[in-house]
Design a protein around this ligand. Sequence first.
Ligand code: ADP
Ligand code: MG
Length: 288
Amino acid sequence: SVPLSFFGGIGGASKLGVLVKGSNYLELLSKVDTVVFDKTGTLTSGTFNVVAVHPEAGVDPDYVLSNAAYAEAFSDHPIAVSVRAAYSGVIDQARIADVREESGHGVSARVDEHVIMVGNDKLMSEHGNSWHDCDLTGTILHVSVDGEYVGHIVIADVVKDDAAQTIRDLHAAGVKRCVMLTGDRRDVAEAVGAQLGIDEVRAQLLPADKVSAVEHLLGLERGDGKLAFVGDGINDAPVLMRADVGIAMGAMGSDAAIEAADVVLMDDKPSKIASAMRIARKTMRIVW
Ligand code: ADP
Ligand code: MG
């Protein structure tokens, strides 16, 4: 039988907006020594703003932005939302066909007679398109039309208010390792990691690479220590399931992530992880 105090722990957590899907997760949560975070939407707001458009010589910046907005017309990715928001024109969906979203890469679509691609270095190189960066301050979206590079768009995200304090709280609570995984570029990832005091940053990862990274960490000798993964995206479901404790951001998170998770943070605040761990430890002490 489950001790009564377990329900007290789950109830206490739910009052804080932390949904724990079973009493066994309280026990696991109380033993967490490694916390692995996804970057976008988890440690950062996930609301990108377009900060610059850099067309190639002789190309109109509006041409770069409008093509990107058309290609991103049907995507739910935060990057797509930001590109559409920056484009002031109307998107005529009837002109768009053959839309393909490649996770961790970007999108391609046919607009009228032209093939548009919008995404990162990986997308461009895998389709044999050339590109070049001239701005290293943000997340970069390359844009090509019929295989020809027309320019790039720089977008920026902001770290959540309570993210740095959360990392400090977790370290103070005895968490040995805070790790950040992202599909974003290395320089952006390292800047965010340094700003937040993250112990270890892994960048340019595809969804499958995130699973391998977590499996690697799970394989390290940690005694009784458990690993928690925190994410919000559709692509995060496999990692959420692989971790000892999968924690999803519930407010902005995808249904797939919420379903795959063991713990759901209803208001998307990373600080709630530290609160949940505190409650879990208190509960376990009462139980023993
Ligand atoms: P994260 O790992 O930070 O949560 P994702 O795995 O969702 O990010 O995406 C990783 C990278 O893939 C993005 O930084 C971007 O370069 C590219 N990407 C993914 N989806 C899109 C899209 N819809 N449009 C353009 N680029 C995209
Ligand atoms: Mg993500």
